[in-house]
Design a protein around this ligand. Structure first.
Ligand SMILES: Nc1nc2c(c(=O)[nH]1)N[C@H]1C(S)=C(S)[C@@H](COP(=O)(O)O)O[C@H]1N2
Ligand SMILES: [Mo]
Length: 419
């Protein structure tokens, strides 16, 4: 079960009453919407019900990953990888592209990063220039797709029906973005910075994939121009040879094969601003949510990752021994304040036990948690996990909804049988 019966009931009400016949509502009406009501999927399993078969496939530099689609490649990390290590291995890291005309071969000798627009001195930097012009910095940070877990939305929404594997945690090394911007000399009046990579649309009527950050964010200590992932070159499909890292922000900003940085003295508009002005937007309210099927009146670009946690050591359907010491394990993360507390319930949410946090790899990283406990009685039970961030944010008991299927951070549940 996702969430619980009550949540499902709440969703069924608007479905029956109204809203599903016009405008944005069409985006959530499909045969499978109805199917997902008939058999409510679990939050960590069951995505294949709505997504159809998801075979394992093998791409260059990658182990077998879950195929979401192929053109362009969209691959998900099998969830058990997150139980193996708190750093996601490069060959297991998920892959997401929007445009089918993506590069398949980049010469590191001739590759250049262009920095231009509203600057004093436009730059054209080789990889060697980048590696030598400033001190390299390192950050361990989670790259999570905005649509991670979209496949669990009820009612369903358009877009890739992702499970929970469109995320990963890696150690990134690169040049601070602000050092590079400063050497280009950002001029007074700069407002936004636009990032573009080497992938292109197949048709010129399709928008390019470009993203922008506000100038203060771009000049803050956070963003990095990374050439290394977990100590080696970034795998090709993850953005070789250069990737924008925006710690704490959703993966959509982490532009791959980054080749062009443009400082603007105004807003980022036009066809190529599509992924800022039309896509990757959330309802502009406190919960970033609307009633299922509603269209938000105002939207804003998605930004920081809300606090989230997962159990990684068990999955739905597992058999657990009664009255025996066991250790539950998992991960928690947020958008850059760090994890304060993780609590686990093994009795359908009545009692919550505090888990022990593992090594602190910094506020942008997965934080491991462990809990030694015993299941006291036989029978079916639900394990739940919830995290609290250092800035006091918690996870919702019930899933919120938005038309893009973004930002999911409901308290996760795992159904087990104790015997
Ligand atoms: N050049 C380029 N960069 C991109 C994208 C893209 O389509 N093209 N997709 C973005 C999105 S939405 C995500 S979730 C991440 C995925 O990063 P990964 O493929 O390295 O896991 O890349 C981001 N950067
Ligand atoms: Mo994404």
């Amino acid at each position: 079960m996702s969430d619980d019966g009550k949540t499902t009931g709440k969703y069924i009400a608007p479905l029956n009453r109204r809203r599903f016949l016009g405008g944005v509502s069409a985006a959530v009406l499909s045969a499978s919407t109805l199917r997902s009501f008939a058999s409510t999927p679990n939050t960590s399993e069951g995505v294949s019900l709505s997504a159809g078969p998801r075979p394992l496939v093998r791409y260059p530099e990658k182990r077998e990953l879950i195929r979401v689609h192929t053109r362009p490649p969209h691959l998900e990390t099998p969830f058990e990888v997150f139980n193996e290590s708190v750093i996601t291995p490069n060959d297991a890291f998920f892959v997401r592209y929007h445009l089918a005309n993506f590069p398949t071969n980049i010469d590191p000798e001739t590759f250049r990063l262009k920095v231009g627009g509203h600057v004093d001195k436009p730059l054209s930097l080789s990889l060697t220039d980048l590696k030598t012009m400033t001190d390299a910095q390192e950050v361990v940070a989670v790259n999570q797709c905005s649509g991670n877990s979209r496949g669990y939305f009820e009612p369903r929404v358009f877009g890739a029906q992702l499970g929970n594997g469109a995320m990963g945690n890696a150690r990134w090394t690169g040049a601070p973005l602000r050092a590079v911007l400063n050497s280009a000399g950002v001029r007074k009046g700069a407002q936004h910075v636009v990032f573009n990579g080497l992938d292109k649309p197949v048709l010129n009527t399709t928008p390019d994939f470009q993203k922008s950050l506000e100038i203060d964010h771009a000049l803050s200590a956070e963003p990095l121009l990374a050439w290394s992932m977990n100590g080696v070159d970034i795998p090709f499909l993850n953005g070789y040879p250069l990737k924008l890292i925006v710690p704490g922000y959703f993966g959509t900003y982490w532009v791959k094969h980054l080749s062009e940085i443009t400082v603007l003295d105004g807003m980022f508009t036009g066809q190529d601003a599509y992924f800022m002005t039309k896509g990757y937007r959330l309802p502009d309210n406190d919960c970033h949510c609307v009633e299922p099927g509603d269209a938000p009146s105002d939207t804003r670009p998605i930004s920081r990752i809300p606090v989230r946690s997962f159990v990684t050591s068990i999955s739905t359907g597992d058999l657990m021994p009664v009255k025996r010491d066991i250790e539950l394990r998992g991960i928690a993360f947020d958008g850059g304040s760090g994890i304060n507390r993780v609590e686990v319930s093994i009795d359908n949410g009545q009692l919550w036990q505090q888990a022990k946090l593992g090594n602190d790899l910094g506020p942008y990283s997965f934080r491991e948690w462990r809990l030694r406990t015993q299941f006291p009685v036989k029978g079916a039970t639900t394990v739940r996990v919830r995290a609290n961030s250092k800035r006091g944010e918690t996870q919702p008991e019930r899933a919120t909804w938005n038309p893009g299927g973004y930002h999911r951070n409901v308290v996760e549940t795992v159904e087990v049988m104790v015997s």
